[in-house]
Design a protein around this ligand. Sequence first.
Ligand SMILES: Cc1cc2nc3c(=O)[nH]c(=O)nc-3n(C[C@H](O)[C@H](O)[C@H](O)COP(=O)(O)OP(=O)(O)OC[C@H]3O[C@@H](n4cnc5c(N)ncnc54)[C@H](O)[C@@H]3O)c2cc1C
Length: 437
Amino acid sequence: MSELPIVVIGGGAAGIIAAWRAASLGGRVIVLERNKKLGIKLLISGGGKCNITHAGAMEEVRTTFVAGEARFLKPSFFQFTNDDIARMIEAKGVKTYVRPNGRIFPLNGSADDVVDALASYLDDANVDVRLNARVISLKQSNGQIEGVKLDKEEIRSHHVVIATGGASYPKTGTTGDGVAWAKDVGHTIIPLRPALAPIGVEPRLPADWRGIALRNGSLMVFADGKKVAEWRDDIMFSHEGVTGPAALEVSRAAAGLLDQHDVELRFDFFPAKEFLALDAELNALVLSQRDKMIATLLNAWLPNRLVEPLLTVAGVDAATRGHTFTRNHRRSVVQVLKDWKLGNVATVNLERGEVTAGGVTLGEVDPRTMRSRKVKGLYLCGEVLDVAGRVGGYNLQAAFSTGFVAGETAARDCQQEIGIFDHATLLNKTHSDSSPA
Ligand SMILES: Cc1cc2nc3c(=O)[nH]c(=O)nc-3n(C[C@H](O)[C@H](O)[C@H](O)COP(=O)(O)OP(=O)(O)OC[C@H]3O[C@@H](n4cnc5c(N)ncnc54)[C@H](O)[C@@H]3O)c2cc1C
């Protein structure tokens, strides 16, 4: 191997796997992590329980990403799979289990144990992990990486892996540094946008709605009156607007349109029921208890804090009883239940996104190797790339898989560069050993 080390910048999901893979192929590897611990974002993932990956065929996991990203991820997803990462973690004594919705978690619900397990692979492979080590910039000359600059030192290297993540949750250390360096060395950057973020709504929703959860509805995003995204799942009201799984899922679409369009959020309380079926059900409910007020009847269907406000939107007096509840009243109520205008999207905050959409454009990175197509000796992996998946373990899998490939390529390039391509080492350490038995 080259005398110069392989430098991996970032000790998160992608960086840990990249460093381990490069070192287990014989590379001398240094990980530079600005935090005092590895994997800070992993520790807060999945609400501290860490949704490691998603079960199922990798083809199914891959195709949950938007088309261009799914295409890019194909080679790495098949080189390092969900089974591979689960097996690695299990081999360190951390049992995993699959939830009915396919999400894979550690059985004991401890993200700490996942990080400890992954970090121990770095020890096993003799990776030099340097904490509190913030990289300031890359060094390059004539299109070749020459090293990295830290506050008080420089490290020479011809093989540098950028695994610095995105720009959301900046307090965890991800402030978009890698994106800026990539731009400096000539990469095109797709503007950073939030994904999987809460959505701020205007006018402000009433304060007493905070904490209300609406189950299994459908949250819709309209831009200039046209539906552009929809997600069926729960939402919850927060101080700024709407959160919960459905809000997180549509936030990327909303954020992408906000600059140039009027973006509105609407909600269907009963997406599984057609308008006329719901109308018939409401009719039956009213007829069965004609002397009850409509507000009282609707308490059976909706959180009671919402009943009166929704009736107001429908233009129906909450005290109306069955005998005076007309067909028009009923239709107005059903209309609101199927297409409630929650408000305009005011903000979708990059800092609050669980993932950053945008980043280094995928066309400038070779998906089979994670090599930069702009600078020799540079590799990019994880969230620094223009990849952002859904909730469910997909984002960590993308980081693990692309990290694996980046580490593998960096090690092989390093060996080839100094002309001691050690076939015995490499051939024995091909894909089959990526996941311990
Ligand atoms: C609250 C939350 C919950 C999430 N839950 C899940 C989940 O359950 N499942 C899932 O699949 N995904 C989840 N995600 C997304 C997932 O955590 C990320 O997509 C994934 O961690 C990205 O991996 P990465 O290695 O690219 O970046 P990161 O894991 O963010 O690692 C990047 C590392 O680089 C370091 N770094 C940055 N700049 C520098 C520098 N200049 N010098 C040195 N080091 C630097 C950072 O400190 C950081 O440790 C969640 C995200 C958040 C914020």
